[in-house]
Write a protein that binds this ligand. Structure first.
Ligand code: CAA
Length: 240
């Protein structure tokens, strides 16, 4: 039986690469997105993967959305919490709204989605959850107290939930990407980005496929002994 996977933020950037990689592994994939209808439509046409629109920061929308996916594809075996946003600004300028949006989406989204699938995974005795954290959750980053706090929270969330899932065959792991060539990183001012790239030992931005490679490993059926771990994929920028 083909595994059923949900990839949040799965129609663009790192999420798109993950959705395609899981489909290539033979899974039935549902990719969620929050707002960009045009990119989602193009993604679905190109890949044949159905895109579902809901906001991962909205608890009820996540519960309803997962119900719909399960009605369409079957019970969810694999969840990749990838959806994330940035609202970068120094503490002095950061508004409460910028703080809250990032916490609610990046960290709250992980809770909302895990809540919708975790019990089912436990009762069926199988599950794979991968949460996409960040190098900036491990090391901090100037201008990102909101993002670094949320991503750091993801790493704690992962280790705690891994302990709850372990006996029931539900693994929970994180990936901490470095700077990857996506729309999100393209939004960093060019001169700031240039300085960041100069500090990456591999001397380039990562590719979305290089993160998907790590996800494919963690969600495999035979990865059942890997849980509570964080896989850093960052070109050697932060060795943690
Ligand atoms: N360390 C110390 N000082 C720094 C600094 C740093 N890393 N970066 C900037 N500063 C200083 C500047 O030199 C400047 O000082 P002066 O006024 O004395 O010259 C001051 O801080 C203000 O800098 P900016 O002009 O850049 O300030 P700004 O308000 O225009 O912008 C910012 C601030 C929005 C945070 C901008 O610097 C920025 O976008 N930085 C990049 C943040 C970043 O890396 N985001 C990652 C996004 S991608 C992502 O998050 C994916 C992932 O998981 C990796």
């Amino acid at each position: 039986m083909a595994r059923v996977a949900v990839v949040t933020g799965g129609t663009r950037g790192i999420g798109e690469a993950i959705s395609i990689a899981l489909k290539d592994m033979g899974m039935k994939v549902a990719a969620t997105y929050a707002g960009n209808d045009e990119r989602a439509r193009a993604f679905s046409e190109r890949t044949g993967i159905h895109a579902y629109k809901w906001d991962v920061a909205d608890y009820d929308a996540c519960q309803e959305g997962v119900k719909q996916v399960e009605a369409d594809l079957g019970p969810v075996d694999v969840l990749v919490n990838n959806a994330g946003i940035t609202r970068d600004s120094t503490m002095k300028r950061q508004s409460h709204e910028q703080w809250q949006d990032v916490i609610d989406t990046n960290l709250g989204g992980c809770f909302n989605m895990a809540k919708a699938v975790f019990e089912g995974m436990q009762s069926r005795g199988y599950g794979r959850i991968v949460n996409i954290g960040s190098i900036n959750g491990q090391a901090g980053q100037y201008g990102q107290v909101n993002y670094a706090a949320a991503k750091s929270g993801i790493h704690g969330f992962t280790k705690a939930l891994a302990q709850e899932g372990a006996r029931a065959g539900v693994t929970v792991n994180a990936i901490a990407p470095g700077y990857i060539d996506t729309d999100m990183v393209a939004a960093v001012p060019a001169e700031v980005l240039g300085k960041i790239i100069a500090k990456i030992p591999v001397n380039r931005l990562g590719k979305a496929d290089e993160i998907a490679r790590g996800v494919s490993f963690l969600v495999a059926d035979d990865a059942g002994f890997v849980t509570g771990s964080t896989l850093s994929i960052n070109g050697g920028q932060h060795m943690y």
